[in-house]
Ligand binder design. Sequence first.
Ligand SMILES: Cc1ncc(COP(=O)(O)O)c(C=O)c1O
Length: 454
Amino acid sequence: MFRLSRSTSISDSATNTVERLESEVRGYCRLFPSVFQTAKGSTLMTAEGRQFIDFFCGAGSLNYGHNPPAVKQALLDYVSHDGIQHSLDMMTEAKAQFLDRFEQTILRPRSMDYKIQFTGPTGTNAVEAAIKLAKQHRKRSHVVAFTNAYHGHSLGSLSLTGNQSYHSEYYGSHNNVSFLPYDGYLGDFDTTILLEKMLTDRSSGMPLPAAVVLETIQGEGGIHVANDAWLQRVQTLCREHDVLLIVDDIQVGNGRTGEFFSFEKAGLSPDLICLSKSIGGGLPLSLVMIRPECDVWQPGQHTGTFRGNNLAFVAANAVLNHWNEGSFVDGIQVRSNTLQAFLSSIVSEHVSENWDLRGRGMIWGLDVRRGDLARKVIDTAFQNGLLLESCGSDDEVLKFIPALNIPEQQLQQGLQLFRQSLQTVFPNPSATTPTLIPSTGSPVTSFGSSMVVS
Ligand SMILES: Cc1ncc(COP(=O)(O)O)c(C=O)c1O
């Protein structure tokens, strides 16, 4: 039986075990080198009883916090009644209840008509499925992705990822993918002009794609926020050229931007939508939403043993209820304003360093221009009791993605810990202008301040 223990020796022994037995591939445990034991809401606790405020949120999988009470109770009830746990894609009551709840709570109020495909439980598997389906539907093999995109680490998804380090001949592949500049990549230049030219010019060298795949806010790529007009233009071009539009809402869906789907503000109706991370209320669950006329799958064409995890259905049902509460939705906006105001003031205090703030809703990126400096801030924040991570081609963007329901007071505490950490790394803002080192990968917005607000 799992027992809670407050002892450093347990922690040391757990660290030794992990370091001895787990592959070198492990990553986050190097960034956050503690043995975590319990978590509630936006607080994590280690074996020694150290507390951390969580601005990392399981890389966006814990939008509703750790162990939300409603999820805990629903899971305890389900397990104690011997509810079905594993079922591949057989029919279960838990699945039917999830589909029903998703339809009532999310689809109907938005007049959305989609079929749902449950894929393997990782986000990248939803992306793989969406790409496969688009290719089958349009009977074409090519796909357009964007600079700084990130869609996961399986081979198909890697081929859609902008960062060059994933494109070496022995690591990933970039077969059948053309990369075009995302919004803001060329400053104020409207990059949909290039997309249009590539699609219409028979000598552009780009085959007519089956799909264009995009994130409305690029999360891992450095928090780049596409303008509504840009997104709408991409959708129009897709429609005009008989190309499917796939929105990868794995990181910025599930309420991260303030609306359930990140594309609601721009009024998009994508052909395929990938959802994962927080859709399972903290448990692994991934799905593709498919416009009914695009659902050309034959039975069993994209299988997987762990499609549609029943425990995750139960957890998802519990958290989807929040979308019926006005106070939950309004609360996201209030916290968003707090985050934005605080981080804007940080940018002003460091004006000589030319930092940039980008984001919307509850996802904000503070671009401090250098990965090594961002890492110092993250390490110091960790020592001070705050979990924070970075993103961008050189990990130069500090990423703020607290839980959507983090209590305002805890949000303030976390921000104060961040300020304190920043002051350690930059003791005197105006006197510590770092020498800018150009990033090696694809350029990140060095076009002055591109702060985007909701
Ligand atoms: C936009 C986006 N797509 C796909 C993925 C991949 O999800 P997973 O890590 O669950 O495979 C991620 C992960 O960060 C993501 O941010």
